[in-house]
Design a protein around this ligand. Structure first.
Ligand SMILES: Cc1cc2nc3c(=O)[nH]c(=O)nc-3n(C[C@H](O)[C@H](O)[C@H](O)COP(=O)(O)OP(=O)(O)OC[C@H]3O[C@@H](n4cnc5c(N)ncnc54)[C@H](O)[C@@H]3O)c2cc1C
Length: 531
């Protein structure tokens, strides 16, 4: 299939190729380049004297050369199969998984994304913070090769001092870095291509895809769902807003033209980082008043600067396995359940800079201990009943996050009744029940769906779920940067399945039984016998 990404790559010049995103998308304004190549005065005094783009290009080529060529495709072709693996989602997770599969020697891997080139993930559309919420030094999609990491990319373009000067990673710099990573790892994402349905086809999966308004099917042996926080049930909408006219309210997850809020009174439900970022954006775009409501009596925020990871604890302070996160999936059901239940019900931690950005405005009002019990539309706005009082807004924003409920995820409609959920596999003790956690899928060690019953639905094991729904099984928010290195577990599981499914015992026996024929003694002939 010819894709737009192929076309855009074809038309890209070499310099922009090695710089990353702005050029990849071909449509991004100068603002989008923030953090990519800083102006000379902002680059560190120790910035390299040569053209940084050329330096990055040479360094990356060398790193890829030193990493060695990926193994050739060892997966046996199967009749009637278009792909070995289809990865849904060209965000950081999907890109890292595709690269991991390639390094493992698994060919015929394709990544699809429903969005336009340059818009994959959240970074250029619905994320509104100035800088990432995670520390700038945590490992991510580089898969252990530091030359493919954010730091190498940023420092090579801007100098080590510029990196040192960062508090955390600028959001758009992260977007540019991912676009560069996509190019150098040759992910070949097929944009404008949406997965709309999945059906079993014997040992394989038939995928229903929509591309440029056309429907088509493609058959694959494996499917990876790397479709993000929204990919396992969508956004969580407060019941008071459901049913109100769409134009009067929005969710922080939706792209939204905040200039529309100039001169308006805005209400925000929820007190997580995205809610504060939306409040600040609305205020910066001229909102008359912004009121943010939390049901809790406090706002949580990190105790130390988020720019550096916390020091190693004395005895472990939290769940006891913070430094071996990759092993959280090995913990007993009881521990995984309890940990995720705590996490689900914990208040969101808001970075101090996000908090300060909103609080700085005089027309920002924070309301704690506030419960929205009703809302009606009228007169071009919404009148809400909040803790017994009435308040009118021109627009309301739900900053209420995401939910996991596979039964409402359209592309899973025909297969989800057979997927084992936590409620099918684990019965929590009295006092530890949790309706939200019970709806998470109970995944296998390689992120595979498990069938509720063993008979007849083995195809589910060929669907690997690397999105928010995997979080309860793996004890980490799957999709965020710290979870990306866990792709190794998924990649190994896929490779294992291919190896075992394709094992030809007769061929293996023939190999073992082939008599050994010694080579010619010519190279050592002269040393034989008396000399
Ligand atoms: C506002 C916000 C801020 C965040 N900040 C941070 C942070 O600072 N640090 C951190 O570690 N984490 C952060 N996260 C969490 C996480 O890192 C991001 O959500 C990240 O984008 C997840 O990457 P991903 O590749 O798993 O999914 P996404 O980036 O969401 O990418 C999923 C892709 O799948 C595509 N897709 C979805 N459905 C289909 C379909 N049916 N067919 C084809 N394509 C499809 C989408 O178009 C999208 O491009 C943040 C999350 C949010 C929402």
């Amino acid at each position: 299939m010819t894709s737009r990404s192929t076309e855009s790559r074809r038309s890209m010049n070499r310099r922009s190729f090695f710089l990353g995103g702005g050029a990849a998308a071909g449509t991004l304004g100068a603002g989008a380049l923030t953090g990519q190549l800083l102006p000379a005065r902002a680059r560190g005094a120790d910035a390299p004297p040569v053209d940084p783009a050329e330096l990055l290009k040479a360094q990356t080529q060398r790193a890829l050369r030193w990493a060695g060529r990926p193994a050739g495709d060892w997966v046996k072709p199967r009749a009637g199969v278009d792909q070995n693996v289809v990865v849904v989602g060209g965000g950081q997770s999907g890109l890292a998984i595709a690269y991991g599969l390639r390094r493992k020697g698994i060919g015929r891997v394709t990544v699809i994304d429903r969005c336009e080139p340059g818009q994959a993930g959240i970074w250029r559309n619905i994320a509104r913070m100035h800088q990432l919420r995670t520390p700038k030094t945590i490992p991510g999609p580089e898969l252990g090769n530091p030359d493919l990491g954010f730091r190498a990319w940023f420092e090579t373009l801007n100098g080590p001092a510029a990196f040192d000067a960062l508090d955390r990673i600028p959001r758009l710099a992260w977007a540019d870095y991912l676009a560069w990573y996509e190019q150098v790892t040759e992910a070949g994402v097929r944009y404008d291509t949406r997965l709309v349905g999945i059906e079993p086809a014997g040992d394989f999966l038939r995928l229903h895809l929509e591309s440029d308004g056309m429907q088509r099917t493609e058959t694959t042996r494996k499917l990876v769902l790397a479709n993000g926080f929204k990919g396992a049930g969508g956004v969580s909408v407060p019941s008071v807003l459901r049913g109100l006219p769409a134009g009067l309210w929005s969710h922080t997850d939706a792209p939204f033209e905040f200039t529309r809020l100039a001169g308006k009174v805005v209400g925000i439900i929820g007190a997580g980082a995205s809610a504060f970022d939306a409040a600040a954006t609305a205020l910066e775009q001229g909102a008359k008043e912004v009121h943010l409501y939390s049901r809790r009596s406090y706002i949580d925020y990190p105790s130390s600067s988020a720019s550096t990871p916390p020091p190693p604890p004395g005895p472990p302070g939290d769940r006891g396995h913070a430094f071996v996160l990759e092993l959280a999936g090995e913990l007993p059901d009881e521990v995984r359940w309890r940990d995720w239940r705590v996490r689900e019900n914990a208040s969101a931690s808001v970075p101090l800079d996000s908090l300060a950005r909103a609080v700085a405005a005089k027309n920002f009002h924070l309301h704690l201990d506030s419960d929205w019990t009703g809302a009606t539309a009228g007169g071009g706005g919404i009148t809400a009943r909040i803790s017994g009082k009435k308040q009118r807004f021109d627009h309301v924003i739900a900053g209420t996050g995401y939910r996991v409920d596979l039964s409402v995820q359209p592309e899973l409609a025909s297969i989800q009744p057979d997927i084992a959920l936590w409620k099918d596999r684990y019965r929590p003790p009295v006092g530890e029940q949790d309706d939200a956690v019970s709806l998470y899928p109970y995944l296998g060690a390689g992120f595979q769906f498990q069938p509720k019953a063993d008979a007849g639905v083995t195809h589910l094991r060929n669907i690997h779920c690397f999105n928010i729904a995997a979080s309860a099984s793996f004890g980490t928010l799957v999709g965020d940067i710290p979870s990306v290195p866990q792709q190794a577990r998924l990649v190994t599981a896929i490779a294992r399945d291919f190896l075992l499914e394709d094992l030809d015992l007769a061929q293996n026996r023939r190999y073992a039984e082939t008599p050994f024929v010694p080579r010619s003694p010519a190279p050592y002939q002269s040393a034989l016998g008396p000399r």
